[in-house]
Design a protein around this ligand. Structure first.
Ligand SMILES: Cc1ncc(C[n+]2csc(CCOP(=O)(O)OP(=O)(O)O)c2C)c(N)n1
Ligand SMILES: [Mg+2]
Length: 336
């Protein structure tokens, strides 16, 4: 955990947000778990234990945790590569994540796929699709089924600033708008799509304005303020459930590492990176918990951090002591 910075960036509490102490601490727990798990995976990557790429959500933890935390039982969520935090909120264990990244037989895909590429229907999780944008029509289809059967549930998925330039994004949003489907699309505007700045991707300042073109409601939220993200997603969910149609929620944030671990992001101006480091969502939320006396002392937060470290050590031991999959299962559960 980085030391609290001297930044004056503060977490503002949205009006009417009802959240008890347990909930407020849980939000911290999941964001810190998200970050420390990725840091631990970074070490495993350098030890050559991770198979394939490692995609960081450093600085974006509030987007994943705040959105996933707003969902109810029976809702479906589909993550993209930077939404590890959403999976943790939905009950995926660090051991599952490490085993998956390290291609072990106990992982969710039993070592056949990598990183966050897995679904878990019992946990309301649909597997991501590498082709960015392609999840949106799929989730719109699930939302259509929910609507047709009168279910009181919604779907939520994510798209990046770059992914919004795809055909699938347009087709999926248009379909969802026409049929007034209960779908939340979280646009994680982290300003970069690999090495392409958002200004070369869109000729609008706010990506949320695009919602109107699909007859949807659009809203902008501070993506580094977990309480604001939670509140906006809760309201979006209520809107979906009352028949208001899809919501496009633009979370303004920043990708603090490269596209993946191999990318040093040398193309990102140092000043821009420094500016966003001051807005770190976990540091700011930690200060909020202390300043508002939600915790009695900073020690209480340090205890949560220590608990996370212990959980991650045990998870790494369990995941790395598991075998790689037996070649005999290679064709099981594979469709094609
Ligand atoms: C249709 C498609 N084009 C290109 C790629 C390769 N690709 C994967 S992620 C990525 C950048 C995505 O940027 P953005 O949508 O802003 O998400 P971020 O990585 O910032 O979270 C690219 C170009 C892909 N997977 N799918
Ligand atoms: Mg992006």
């Amino acid at each position: 955990m980085a030391k609290p910075s001297t930044s004056d960036y503060t977490v503002a509490v949205p009006e009417g947000l009802e959240l008890d102490r347990t909930g407020r601490l849980e939000l911290y727990y999941f964001m810190a778990l998200n970050r420390k798990l990725e840091e631990r995976l970074g070490l495993l990557y350098r030890q050559n234990k991770v198979v394939g790429g490692l995609y960081s959500s450093l600085g974006q933890e509030a987007c994943s945790v705040g959105t996933a935390y707003a969902l109810g039982h029976g809702d479906f969520l589909a993550p993209m590569i930077r939404n590890l935090g959403s999976l943790l909120v939905r009950g995926v264990r660090p051991t599952d994540v490490m085993a998956q990244y390290c291609a072990r037989a106990i992982g969710p895909t039993r070592g056949k796929d990598l990183n966050v590429h897995f679904g878990w229907v019992e946990r309301g999780l649909i597997a991501p699709i590498s082709v960015v944008g392609a999840l949106i029509p799929v989730m719109a289809g699930i939302a259509l089924e929910m609507k047709m059967h009168g279910k009181k549930n919604i779907v939520l998925t994510y798209i990046g600033d770059g992914g919004m330039s795809t055909t699938d994004f347009h087709e999926g949003m248009n379909f969802a708008g026409v049929h007034k489907l209960p779908m939340i699309l979280v646009v994680e505007n982290n300003l970069w799509a690999y090495s392409t700045h958002v200004s070369k991707q869109a000729n609008v300042k706010d990506l949320a304005v695009r919602a109107e073109g699909y007859g949807c409601y659009g809203e902008i939220v501070d993506g580094n303020n977990v309480l604001a993200v939670l509140d906006a997603t809760r309201r979006a969910r209520a809107r979906c459930l009352s028949g208001g149609g899809p919501v496009m929620l633009e979370a303004k944030t920043f990708r603090r590492k490269g596209h993946a671990e191999h990318d040093d992001a040398g193309y990102v101006p140092a000043a821009e990176r420094a500016e966003w480091e001051k807005k770190d969502p976990i540091d700011a939320y930690r200060r909020f918990l202390i300043d508002r006396r939600i915790v009695d002392s900073p020690d209480e937060i340090d205890e949560i951090d220590a608990k996370i470290v212990a959980i991650l050590e045990a998870a790494a031991d369990e995941a790395l002591s598991a075998p790689f999959p037996d070649p005999s299962i290679a064709t099981e559960n594979v469709y094609g």
